[in-house]
Design a protein around this ligand. Structure first.
Ligand SMILES: Nc1ncnc2c1ncn2[C@@H]1O[C@H](COP(=O)(O)OP(=O)(O)O)[C@@H](O)[C@H]1O
Ligand SMILES: [Mg+2]
Length: 354
């Protein structure tokens, strides 16, 4: 007689059970089973996610991974899901890991029956990469809109100022007064500032042709321009993958990297080091400009790139605006990491041309 024997059925069920257990145990998402906030089980991903061994997590209180301000809300969600027996919808929360770091997380929970016990299953997903991308996009939009506003104001203000300058020149011809020249000089400064602002906030106005650029070569030549400023500064050039090319507006790019290197040098007050690195993969060229200078306070980081934001007494606050708009105009990404008193690193990624 052919067919499936009871033993085989049991074996198949056993195998299936093991398979399902493995699916949960090795799921890429962190899965936690808890009852009355008491953690009964955590899968393999959970040890990475919470940065603690399983034994340290099991037996703990699920609420302890949430910020105290969220405890009431989380309790309510768990209670509601438990009593109504339904999935509680996705939320985003900041989760505190065992080492004290905080991770942006997406999570949901649902009641499940485990043997004859009703327990809660919570699923945690790390969304820090997505959050970072969203933040960058927002920042980029903010900068773009500031740029638009700035360019609009420049147009509006430049015309009347140019007219004033014309009348001033006429006045100078018919009258002589020592203040007239001072007025004209000041007016010229204002016009120059406006012109700079227009240039840096709207680089697409520049109709430079797109040409292939080898950044390894260009970065080396750029550094030569700073030779006289490198007295107390050690420079390390880690330039890999020479010969890789990027299609772009060369002058805009050179100006951008000039601005970054200039800032790095200005951030080093006594002795220090600047490291410029370049490497690429199939898609992108990565360039980093790192310094061991004064650093940027955390609350100021989001201001970088905003026109006129400067901490220097003689700064214009237009350098980074030019950098950010140039990188964005070429479809690239720029991010900055900084620690006060330790240094700053600007990381740039530019699409490679094949
Ligand atoms: N490498 C750096 N290290 C520390 N601070 C920096 C660095 N780069 C830029 N900054 C900060 O960003 C501000 C704006 O830079 P930027 O737009 O080039 O204007 P400026 O150099 O004229 O001040 C600087 O004043 C400084 O506070
Ligand atoms: Mg600058």
């Amino acid at each position: 007689m052919t067919g499936i024997m009871p033993d085989q059925i049991n074996q198949t069920i056993g195998e299936q059970e093991e398979m399902y257990q493995n699916i949960i145990e090795y799921s890429l998402e962190t899965i936690v089973i808890h009852v009355d906030y008491n953690i009964l089980y955590i899968n393999e991903s959970g040890t990475d996610f919470f940065r603690a061994p399983k034994q340290a997590i099991i037996g703990g209180n699920i609420l302890s991974v949430f910020q105290p301000s969220s405890h009431d809300m989380i309790k309510k969600r768990i209670q509601k899901a438990m009593t109504e027996g339904v999935l509680s919808p996705l939320i985003e929360e900041k989760i505190i890991r065992a080492d004290g770091t905080v991770v942006e997380t997406e999570l949901y929970c649902r009641p499940v029956t485990y043997g004859n016990r009703k327990v809660m299953q919570s699923v945690f997903r790390d969304i820090s990469v997505r959050k970072e991308a969203e933040k960058m996009l927002k920042n980029r939009e903010k900068l773009a809109s500031v740029g638009q506003i700035a360019a609009g104001i420049v147009h509006e203000v430049k015309n009347p100022l140019t007219a004033v300058k014309g009348f001033l020149q006429l006045l100078k011809e018919s009258h002589s007064h020592p203040y007239l020249q001072t007025m004209e000089n000041e007016l010229d400064k204002a016009l120059m500032t406006l012109q700079n602002l227009l240039q840096v906030s709207k680089p697409d106005l520049q109709d430079e042709p797109l040409i292939p650029i080898d950044f390894c070569k260009e970065l080396q030549s750029l550094m030569l321009l700073f030779q006289d400023k490198l007295y107390n500064v050690e420079v390390e050039m880690d330039l890999r993958n020479p010969g890789s090319r990027i299609l772009g507006k060369k002058n805009l790019y050179l100006k951008a990297f000039f601005n970054l290197i200039k800032n790095a040098l200005e951030a080093i007050h006594e002795k220090g080091k600047i490291k410029i690195s370049h490497y690429c993969d199939n898609q992108w060229v990565y360039i980093k400009v790192a310094d061991t200078g004064v650093g940027v306070p955390e609350e100021k980081l989001s201001m970088l790139g905003t026109p006129f934001f400067s901490s220097k007494s003689d700064g214009t606050g237009l350098g980074l605006t030019q950098v950010y708009t140039t990188i964005h105009e070429h479809g690239g990404h720029i991010s900055v990491e900084s620690r006060l008193g330790e240094g700053t690193t600007f990381s740039i990624r530019l699409p490679i041309s094949h």
